[in-house]
Design a protein around this ligand. Structure first.
Ligand code: HPA
Length: 272
């Protein structure tokens, strides 16, 4: 594992840029994964800020990632939505992958909800299943923390997880719970890798989220999250998968996914 240098001026630059755009005083941050951006449409009084307008905000070129922040009101709270993230497999460093979430924490974020599209390892979970992230297994071989930072033993917050469950209940949507395995990508896994991951206790597999979760936690925020199972992982499903399928499954489940997040928000804030 490689650690990163202690001081990262680019986080402060981005935090300053957020402040110049009056991105502050929000109750929660939502980081939206591939194909899940439509949650931002639920915000009222919304103001969008393209990443290009922010000093040092890394911008993804992956299809399905809009590349903007949306600040607005939801369920009586002020929320910040990150529509699109960058990944290690695009060539970004751990520092760049976690820069946005660190800057949000610098700007006062105390509650971070991370979401992603993931492959499912459980046969009984069809595409479209929502899974609360109970914990993760990071297999990306990179660490997002500087040597002086202390990682938390528990990254994923149980009380916030329970709040997500209450949101799912209120929305009338089924929410599973499981362990997210983060791999480097960009290729999808082989069936043998999926069998190995299942033996390691993983329920879902993807290429994001773990570094952001560790960095947000180390920056003092509390962290929870949801994976949308967009496909059954390699070898579980008989058909080969494609990125278009992942985006399409996201779109098909967007309504349920967004309803859970919206209904969870008051519970999340109460659990804080
Ligand atoms: N594997 C890795 N990442 C993914 C998958 C998958 O099957 N589906 C969506 N993201």
């Amino acid at each position: 594992m490689s650690a990163i240098a202690a001081h990262d001026p680019s986080v402060e630059r981005l935090a300053r840029s957020l402040s110049e755009h009056e991105v502050r005083d929000f109750d929660a941050v939502f980081v939206l994964g591939s194909g899940l951006g439509s949650f931002a449409e639920r915000l009222s009084d919304a103001r969008a800020i393209p990443y290009a307008a922010l000093d040092g905000m890394p911008q993804s070129r992956v299809a399905g990632h809009a590349g903007r922040l949306v600040l607005g009101e939801l369920a009586g709270r002020r929320v910040l939505v990150q529509q699109g993230r960058v990944h290690l497999y695009e060539g970004w460093s751990p520092r760049e992958v976690t820069r946005a979430v660190r800057a949000f924490c610098r700007s006062g974020a105390k509650l971070v909800v991370l979401t992603n599209a993931a492959g499912g390892l459980r046969r009984e979970w069809p595409a479209g299943t929502l899974m609360r992230i109970r914990d993760h297994v990071s297999l990306q071989g990179r660490a997002p923390l500087a040597t002086h930072e202390r990682g938390a033993a528990r990254v994923w917050d149980e009380a916030l997880g329970a709040a997500l469950e209450l949101g799912a209940r209120d929305a009338g949507v089924a929410l599973e719970a499981g362990v997210y395995a983060a791999l480097l990508g960009p290729s999808y896994e082989t069936p043998a890798e999926i069998r190995w991951l299942a033996g390691a206790g993983a329920d879902a597999v993807g290429m994001s989220t773990a570094l952001e979760a560790v960095a947000a936690r180390a920056s003092g925020a509390r962290v929870c999250g949801i994976s949308l199972i967009t496909n059954q992982a390699a070898g579980i499903s008989p058909t080969p998968l494609a990125h278009e399928e992942v985006v399409a499954a996201g779109a098909a489940a967007a309504e349920r996914f967004s309803a859970v997040l919206e209904r969870a928000l008051p519970h999340l804030c109460a659990a804080r």
